[in-house]
Design a binder for this molecule. Structure first.
Ligand code: FES
Length: 106
């Protein structure tokens, strides 16, 4: 199992344990993590799975595809460590990763 730690805008942390292979978005939605809406179910068309992955985790992620970068750049509350959680696959290498949810998805 892989632990992912979600932190909301107020600093409240919620830890989830999920098997590798799914997306970070699926890990969030299956555990009802606030702040990850994922309205499109992972099709990369809604932008509501946006979250921040602080270092050192951000540098350990596979590079974002151009289509993901386009979606990130057009989002709200974008920061340098912004990613779309439906595009990040949970792997053992991400065990303990911190994901910060944004102020709002809309
Ligand atoms: S779930 Fe819609 S873009 Fe990620």
């Amino acid at each position: 199992m892989v632990k992912i730690v979600f932190e909301d805008i107020a600093g409240t942390r919620r830890e989830v344990e999920v098997p590798p292979g799914g997306s970070v978005m699926q890990a969030a939605v299956s555990h009802a993590i606030p702040g990850i809406e994922a309205a499109c179910g992972g099709s990369l068309v809604c932008g509501t799975c946006h979250a921040y992955v602080p270092e050192p985790w951000f540098s350990r992620l596979p590079e974002a595809a151009e289509i993901e970068l386009d979606m990130v750049e057009n989002g709200l509350f974008v920061r340098q460590e912004s990613r779309m959680m439906c595009q990040i696959t949970v792997t053992e290498a991400l065990d303990g990763m911190l994901v910060k949810t944004p102020e709002s998805q809309r």
